[in-house]
Write a protein that binds this ligand. Structure first.
Ligand code: SAM
Length: 219
């Protein structure tokens, strides 16, 4: 599928898929959206523990992984991060994203994330270990549970099947008891499905350009 680089409103880059008419991030600001949703209203809410495990659906450019690696180091909180991606971004395009220039604390983390081998645990810094898994969520066989799930699929308009009850159910099975599910989406159907799966759902203010986002706790 053809991918094009685009600049978003905060100056950070994203990828645009013309065939799906879909962006990897909010065009109101990729960086500010990722920080707001997955860090400030995501992993930051999870109680401190020896190691927090994260499962991301849609590793994409690695922006959420980068921000989590920085957060882990700043907070001296160990994080293991399982990044699932069915269709990896080509290396050259991935390295063309301007995140390290926009985020001085990136150090060499971004290039390490891009160049980390698939299906091998890689230390990105002393607090952040990454495992990149190339698979469709539909084919994933994983006997593991995680403290946080970052659900960062393309939107329901572009890829409805990712928001179907079966995929959500499979994803929620990957969440440990007391685990936190985070997504930028705030659609009513999603929230009803999460409630039906037994989660405690909260609607939070969204990043600039989006009214709301969703977090849900497995109780
Ligand atoms: C919104 S983008 C993710 C953006 C990403 N988190 C980032 O920081 O750049 C959605 C991602 O889901 C991936 N994807 C699409 N279908 C998938 C599937 N069936 N299983 C796993 N990943 C899928 C896409 O290739 C894309 O990278």
């Amino acid at each position: 599928m053809k991918r094009e680089l685009r600049e978003t409103a905060d100056g950070s880059m994203t990828i645009y898929l013309p065939e799906m008419d879909e962006h990897y991030h909010s065009y109101h600001g990729a960086l500010q959206e990722a920080k707001h949703v997955f860090i400030e209203n995501g992993i930051r809410l999870f109680p401190k523990k020896d190691t927090i495990s994260v499962f991301e659906l849609g590793l994409g450019t690695g922006l959420n992984a980068l921000l989590t690696a920085i957060w882990a180091e700043n907070n001296q909180q160990k994080v293991t991060y399982f990044g699932l991606e069915a269709f990896p971004v080509e290396r050259e395009m991935n390295l063309a994203m301007n995140y390290p220039r926009m985020i001085p604390e990136s150090n060499d983390f971004f290039s390490k994330i891009v160049d980390a081998n698939w299906e091998i645990e890689t230390n990105i810094n002393s607090f952040f270990q990454l495992y990149k898994c190339q698979s469709k969520i539909q084919n994933l066989q994983l006997n593991q549970q995680f403290d946080c799930v970052f659900f960062d699929a393309f939107g329901p308009r572009a890829q409805q099947e990712m928001w179907d009850f079966k995929i959500l159910e499979k994803t929620i099975q990957l969440l440990a008891p007391n685990g936190l599910f985070v997504t930028y989406c705030a659609k009513g159907q999603l929230k009803r499905d999460l409630k039906a799966l037994g989660l405690k759902v909260e609607t939070l203010p969204g990043p600039p350009g989006k009214r709301e986002m969703t977090v849900a706790w497995k109780i």
